[in-house]
Design a protein around this ligand. Structure first.
Ligand SMILES: Nc1ncnc2c1ncn2[C@@H]1O[C@H](COP(=O)(O)O)[C@@H](O)[C@H]1OP(=O)(O)O
Ligand SMILES: [Mg+2]
Ligand SMILES: [Mg+2]
Ligand SMILES: [Mg+2]
Length: 369
């Protein structure tokens, strides 16, 4: 089935949300307007971006449930702090909603001049992200700012949106406002949107140009795992850098890993970044594995990225080789998911063998049932 309308709407929502988060950064972080004890700008950006995306989704597909990272409980409190936070969020979301329509956008999506919403409408939009998820039916998945730490550092973060149907990701869009269009030219143009629809390939579009033709992206076909470059979290508290380093050595890799925040890493893998030979996405828990893992992965952190990589010729699995299951609820499961390993289809098995060896070396037994 075609998801043309879903794709167009998702692209517009993510592009508008990227404009919103960039403006939050410029006004609140770069200008150093933060005062001690102020609510972090990322909170303002998270809530406002989820309000915007959820408003557009609900207007266009009113019966689709939404799994969103944020909820508005904190914004509904009757305190001076909540009131001020709420007012900033309402103003930011309405600014983004009421921007004039550009090419390919439709007034039927509830956006454009004069379409501002009330505070109550916007809080309800945020709370519509409370769906519990599950195996059947359609659902949207929003991570309004993925990689909050990168956002605050002025480095990589991503606005992420996916449509899941019967546990399978069908549409994925990732907006990366700070990502160079070409990673080997860090001083060149910045700001990429990645988009994939199942069966239709993976594409990159410059964020700055709504009308430019999307470029098809693909993982370079290689079977030589020693030429790959690791793509892993910037934060050593989010994913084990030491296990990654062991795996990298086992594969004979000599290049340094690329460390960056957010699902921008999936975009880099999909477009073949890393010394021309492509990359490997590695995300293994800092401690424990499976049922004893230190962190349970959320579906909004992997849904669009996994589809993007698959559509670019890659395979995404956990450390055992199992596919990620997006039908277990809001998370990938406690015990069901053993980290994430993604690579081109010609090297993924070889990478998994090294993962298994490294984890066994750490006393963690990994076998595919
Ligand atoms: N302790 C943790 N372990 C793993 N991931 C985490 C942890 N805490 C937050 N995250 C999430 O990890 C993701 C960032 O990915 P990466 O580590 O690859 O940059 C984000 O979704 C972030 O949430 P958030 O969306 O709130 O930023
Ligand atoms: Mg996230
Ligand atoms: Mg987030
Ligand atoms: Mg968060």
């Amino acid at each position: 089935m075609s998801y043309a309308k879903e794709k167009a709407l998702a692209l517009s929502a993510v592009r508008r949300a990227c404009g919103l988060t960039s403006s939050v950064f410029n006004r609140l972080v770069q200008d150093e307007k933060l005062v001690k004890g102020d609510k972090s700008p990322v909170t303002v950006g998270d809530f406002a971006a989820q309000a915007l995306i959820s408003t557009m989704l609900h207007h266009t597909f009113p019966s689709d449930p939404i799994v969103g990272e944020e909820d508005a409980a904190e914004l509904r409190l009757d305190t001076a702090e909540s009131t001020s936070l709420r007012e900033r969020i309402v103003s930011l979301a309405n600014e983004a909603i009421s921007q004039p329509l550009v090419d390919k956008e439709s007034s039927e999506w509830g956006i454009g001049p004069g379409k501002e919403k009330t505070a109550e409408d916007l809080l309800d939009a945020i709370d519509r992200g409370n769906y519990e998820g599950g195996q059947t039916g359609r659902m949207w998945c929003i991570d309004p700012i993925d990689g909050t730490k990168g956002f605050l550092r002025g480095e990589q973060y991503a606005v992420c949106l996916a449509l899941i149907v019967d546990s399978i990701v069908q549409v994925g869009v990732i907006g990366c406002p700070n990502l160079p269009l070409d990673l080997s030219k860090p001083d060149g143009g910045r700001g990429c949107i990645f988009v994939a629809v199942r069966g239709e390939g993976a594409y990159q579009i410059p964020i700055s140009s709504n009308s430019s033709t999307p470029s098809r992206i693909q993982i370079p076909p290689t079977t030589d795992s020693s030429t790959l470059t690791f793509l892993e979290s910037y934060e050593s508290s989010h994913a084990s850098h030491s296990t990654s380093s062991t795996i990298s050595s086992l594969l004979g890799i000599t290049s340094s890993p690329i460390r960056m925040d957010s699902q921008a890493k999936y975009g880099c893998l999909a477009r073949g970044d890393g010394n021309g030979a492509g990359g490997v996405y590695m995300r293994l828990p800092v401690s424990g594995l499976g049922p004893t893992a230190s962190y349970i992965e959320k579906i909004w952190d992997h849904a669009p990225g996994s589809l993007l990589v698959e559509e670019a010729g890659g395979v995404v699995s956990d450390a055992r080789g199992f596919s990620l299951d997006f039908g277990l609820g809001r998370t990938l499961g406690k015990g069901e998911n053993w980290g994430v390993v993604a690579a081109g289809k010609d090297v993924h098995n070889k990478v998994l063998e090294a993962v298994k060896k490294a984890l066994e070396g750490e006393g963690k037994v990994v076998s595919k049932a």
